[in-house]
Design a protein around this ligand. Structure first.
Ligand code: ADP
Length: 405
């Protein structure tokens, strides 16, 4: 774009002035031009903003040294005349602290001042802080990655250990089944009449064998749960059969320990879909614990009854007046095993359902029974819990929904 200048000398001067002024406005930093005496000739828009000087076209209203640089004219001019390329000064402008770089243009004999903001301490601190935070985050990411790698390695080692133990447990299954078969054969008397003493010893051996069988199957279940291989065999079953079948096998063990076992199975227990073996294992775990922790002359009571589980109704239908909708009809079965043993302190009521937790480490067992029971019951979408007071016995209960899919 060309600017046409008129021939009128005064008009031409004005046009040149405007042309230079608009060229300086295009400059991206504050800029002031003055003559050697300090009279302002031009200020671009950035300078007017920064120095908050009025947008004036008159060059003579302000003095560079007294009004902008607030310094002695002679000192600056002397330095420039003595060959200094640039004189740097700190100035306080209304927009904050600034740095003024004064240069001398010999040909028009002008002083050109570039004004730059000085980064404030806070800005510097902020930048420093940002840098530190960034470094910390990088460090954290490295730590996190290392931890993850270590965790994955440990998980793999743990998996290998479980696989090894599971195959060892699997190998025990056949010999134990053979032993159990011979005990049954001997106890049946078909291989010859037994004396009372022989019967007692055989019975005791058979119970130990049963215990080993339970431990092995508990461990196999645990490893199946761990590797996510456990599948429930959900079939329409009768819980009464499941419980009666089990308690028959337990009567002898209770009698021998002189602990009274009372079974109360409600006659109206409905048939519903559940995994017969797995639920039997849960009940067996609870009976086993009750027997282990109840002294002679104590009592263990097992109850199985229909139950109205309100939370399940609320999960299934969030509509109003759920109680009336459900008609308080049983939607689950409650099974509880209560003993008159030593009880469990409240602080262990959650923990004992975790793997390998035993309140009394000297007692027999692996600390797996309740953990497996919990997982199996949860797989049926049920829940298990304990009520217990030290010195007054414990009551372990679980709920099984009767409409589990
Ligand atoms: P374990 O195989 O060691 O019995 P469990 O998971 O079945 O493992 O039980 C965990 C711990 O809970 C037991 O070691 C025992 O301390 C405590 N416990 C379980 N049942 C009872 C009970 N009926 N009375 C007292 N303590 C119990």
């Amino acid at each position: 774009m060309t600017n046409s200048l008129t021939t009128d000398p005064q008009a031409t001067g004005q046009q040149v002035f405007h042309l230079v002024a608009s060229l300086l406005d295009a400059f991206d930093r504050p800029l002031v031009v003055a003559d050697r005496a300090g009279r302002i000739l031009f200020t671009n828009l950035h300078a007017q903003d920064r120095l908050n000087s009025p947008k004036t076209t008159s060059r003579l209203e302000l003095n560079l040294f007294s009004d902008i640089l607030h310094t002695d004219r002679k000192g600056v001019v002397d330095q420039l005349e003595n060959g200094e390329q640039e004189v740097n000064l700190q100035i306080d402008s209304p927009a904050g602290k600034s740095r003024a770089r004064v240069r001398w243009l010999p040909e028009p004999d002008w002083l050109v001042v570039y004004v730059e903001p000085v980064p404030s301490q806070t800005l510097a601190n902020e930048a420093e802080m940002r840098q530190t935070v960034q470094e910390l985050m990088q460090e954290r990411e490295i730590t996190y990655r290392n931890l993850l790698a270590a965790y994955l390695r440990l998980q793999e080692v743990n998996r290998q250990k479980t696989v090894f133990l599971a195959s060892a447990a699997h190998e025990l299954k056949t010999p134990l089944a053979v032993m159990k078969g011979y005990y049954d054969l001997l106890l049946s008397g078909s291989l010859g009449k037994l004396t009372e003493r022989q019967r007692e010893m055989l019975q005791e051996s058979k119970e130990s064998c049963d215990r080993l069988v339970r431990l092995v199957s508990m461990f196999l279940n645990y490893s199946a749960l761990e590797s996510g291989k456990l599948m429930l065999q959900l079939r329409e079953n009768d819980l009464r059969d499941c419980i009666n079948d089990l308690t028959c096998r337990w009567q002898d063990a209770f009698q021998r320990a002189k602990v009274h076992l009372e079974i109360k199975v409600h006659p109206d227990l409905p048939s519903f879909k559940f995994d017969y073996q797995k639920v039997q294992q849960c009940v067996a775990n609870l009976l086993d614990n009750a027997l282990k922790h109840t002294p002679a002359e104590g009592c263990v009571t097992m109850i199985a009854e229909p139950h109205f589980w309100e939370r399940r109704v609320s999960e299934a239908s969030p509509s109003t007046d759920r109680r009336r909708d459900a008609g308080m009809r049983a939607n689950s079965v409650l099974v509880s095993v209560t003993d008159t043993g030593g009880g469990i302190a409240a602080e262990f009521h959650q923990e004992i359902f975790e793997e390998f937790v035993r309140v009394d480490p000297s007692s027999s067992g692996m600390g797996l029974g309740l953990a497996i029971t919990k997982r199996l019951i949860q797989a049926h979408r049920g829940k298990v819990w304990v009520d217990s007071v030290v010195g007054s016995g414990s009551s372990f209960s679980f709920l099984l929904p009767i409409n589990v899919e």
